[in-house]
Design a protein around this ligand. Structure first.
Ligand code: URA
Length: 274
């Protein structure tokens, strides 16, 4: 029942406030071509018997990525596109043109590849773009990214990092990317490592560490330890350290001490005389 007085649905400020509420809750994508009057729909449902569950067709151009022949076709396509990229600009263009990761069709505005020095000795690999990254087209540019930049600056790493993610499209509602989504993006990540040739990988958060290192332990057990990361074809090996994700540090500031220890371990190896 709408209370007496002006109808809030006609008030632009009320509509803006409701939209801001949904955006903050992570609802930013509209999947229907035409607006739906949910109030009329609710009234209709009160009268009609419940319809059978709808069959949702896959969006045009999307390849299923959960196993099966389409997943291996998408992976083969990713390998071919990544291998053909002769430099980072070509790799970025290849990622943007790639249709084999379902995340591309789940509301992301654009592909988000990387930022930083193209010949950096350290490659930071996060989980995947969030809302700010999706809007700006660069990784780690939101609150977590600002904290990451401050920590890197304090450790003397400004200008010495190349920053990217395990997936290149924002997962809807900022959910963790699935192992399948990470797997189909992996050829691009491996190509980025081959082109940048970092001496060290810094893996930010459990979703990155588990996917890149192909390990099952949680981040609290993985962080601060050194691992040898080897590419799928065995051609590249790079020393890698998992650390806590800056978004986690924003929620648990007491854990910053551990992340700081990890960074010191990294800089100690980086600056160790040959
Ligand atoms: N979190 C990530 O893991 N990556 C980003 O780019 C931003 C936030």
């Amino acid at each position: 029942m709408i209370p007496a007085g002006p109808d809030p649905r006609q008030d632009p400020r009320a509509v803006e406030s409701l939209l801001a509420f949904w955006a903050q809750a992570g609802v930013e994508a509209c999947f229907d071509d035409a607006p739906v009057d949910r109030t009329a729909e609710a009234a209709r449902m009160m009268r009609a018997p419940p319809p059978p569950p709808p069959r949702v067709p896959a969006p045009v151009g999307r390849l299923p990525v959960r196993g099966g022949p389409d997943a291996s076709a998408a992976l083969a396509e990713a390998h071919a596109a990544a291998a053909a990229a002769g430099d980072l600009a070509a790799l970025e263009a290849a990622i943007a043109a790639f249709d084999g990761c379902g995340l591309k069709f789940e509301g992301a505005r654009q592909a988000v590849f990387a930022r930083g020095a193209p010949d950096a000795p350290v490659m930071v690999i996060g989980e995947g773009p969030g809302a700010d990254e999706d809007a700006q087209g660069a990784p780690f540019v939101g609150r977590a990214g600002k904290l990451l930049d401050k920590m890197l600056a304090a450790a003397g790493l400004t200008g010495r990092v190349f920053i990217t993610n395990t997936v290149y499209w924002r997962p809807p509602g900022n959910r963790t990317p699935t192992p399948q989504e990470q797997a189909v993006c992996q050829p691009f990540l491996e190509r980025a490592v081959a082109l940048v040739k970092p001496r060290f990988l810094l893996l930010a958060g459990g979703a990155s560490a588990k996917s890149v290192l192909r390990r099952e332990e949680g981040i609290l057990s993985l962080r601060g330890r050194w691992f040898d990361w080897t590419s799928q074809d065995g051609a590249q090996t790079v020393a890698a350290m998992p650390t806590l994700h800056p978004a986690f540090l924003l929620r648990q500031p007491a854990a910053k001490k551990k992340a700081w220890q990890d960074l010191l371990s990294l800089t100690e190896r980086l600056d160790r005389p040959a």
